[in-house]
Ligand binder design. Sequence first.
Ligand code: AVI
Length: 320
Amino acid sequence: MRPSAASGPTEAGTAFADDVAYYLAQTPRQLPSRYLYDELGSSLFEAICRLPWYHITRTEQRLLHAHAGEIFGRLRSIASVVELGPGSGEKLATLMAARPDHAVTVHLVDVSPAALQKAAAALTASPSLSIVTHQATYEAGLAAIGRHDPAMGRTLVVFLGSNIGNFDPPGVDAFLRSVRAALGEGDALLLGADLVKPEPELLLAYDDPLGVTAAFNRNLLVRVNRELGGDFDVNAFAHRAVWNAQASRIEMHLVSRRRQRVQVRTTGTDITFDDGEPIWTESSYKYRAEDLSPMLSRAGFGVIGQWQERGFALTLAEAR
Ligand code: AVI
């Protein structure tokens, strides 16, 4: 399952319907995690990032604050920075604060115009940055930006927040290869990845006592009902987070609380769920720090720096 979505509004609407029809018919039934982020879903995710049990955002922000100077110190002269999925833009602002005097072009790539606007606003305070937004998938955005003449300076691609964890392993390889293909030798990638930690800590992060993550998960059914004419009884599905140790991932599911029939008008879906039957909505892979270097090297990157805190790693890798 992938975190990004299709590019235009019509294509996006059709893709949602096609994906809902296809994935709900799979065994086990699924809904792709990229559809968690409608307007309400994005706000719920922002709230998750502030929860005391979800450490990724704060830890990464601290690492960026502490090591931004060192990160730029390990790179050749950087002329452009590309952030894939910039969120609020705050993390990139923290990184860029380490080089206030240098003119840098910042490219922000996201499918959501609202996210792009927000991230661009967070970065405008710095006069040395020229900001270009790309409303596109990661791959299309990278292709549109194109390679730069290395004599003009290098490119740094930034992929934070452990968004990489929402790709399955073949998806990670394909994604990293596509990033590498968009770069020239000597360009770089800064990757934020959440690490394996004790199960109770992981479960609290994905099944918080306030129920915000449960709302984030169940909002997917609200979205299917609103956008595709579904008749999911949202209360009849329970949020469940499980740690799959063998696959090294947290899985989120929506579990049917009873035997029930669900129809989705636009997709012609007509399903009877058994009592206890799950819909698998997200995987969030957790890594061992030592796995990141082989993963990056398979895609043509060599690690030139890694900083860790509280079960989270920021890894800097150069395109070779
Ligand atoms: C966006 N992504 C990295 C989050 C994660 O941790 O996998 C999404 C999320 N799902 C539940 N809580 C947060």
